[in-house]
Design a protein. Structure first.
Length: 109
């Protein structure tokens, strides 16, 4: 599987985003919350919680989420839309901690 993140994979349609949050199934982890909803194609929304202070930290958190998704696409079903919400930043080795948290959450499904 290619390890790239195409623009078409990123969820940006406001109707789909509101439908995802209203009707989606939530899984809560230590650092990441995942909301998922069946769909025709896989799309992913990357977001951070507002309690992460500072735009630089929030943007860095979104980059970490994108990196974890990009390197581990096989964990995500191709018939769902996902919302990945970073609720707090790990202090040490953030990419590894987020990856482990995502793996634990997706393994339960």
């Amino acid at each position: 599987m290619k390890r790239s993140l195409k623009k078409s994979e990123i969820l940006s349609n406001k109707k789909d985003i509101s439908r995802l949050f209203e009707n989606g199934e939530w899984n809560n982890g230590r650092y990441v919350n995942i909301v998922s909803l069946p769909a025709e194609t896989r799309q992913v929304l990357f977001a951070t919680a507002r309690n992460i202070k500072g735009a630089v930290r929030r943007n860095r958190g979104k980059r970490y989420l994108k990196e974890c998704y990009r390197n581990n696409k096989e964990w995500f079903s191709s018939l769902y839309i996902y919302g990945l919400i970073l609720k707090r930043m790990p202090r040490h080795h953030p990419v590894d901690a987020i990856r482990v948290d995502l793996q634990d959450l997706l393994k339960d499904d």
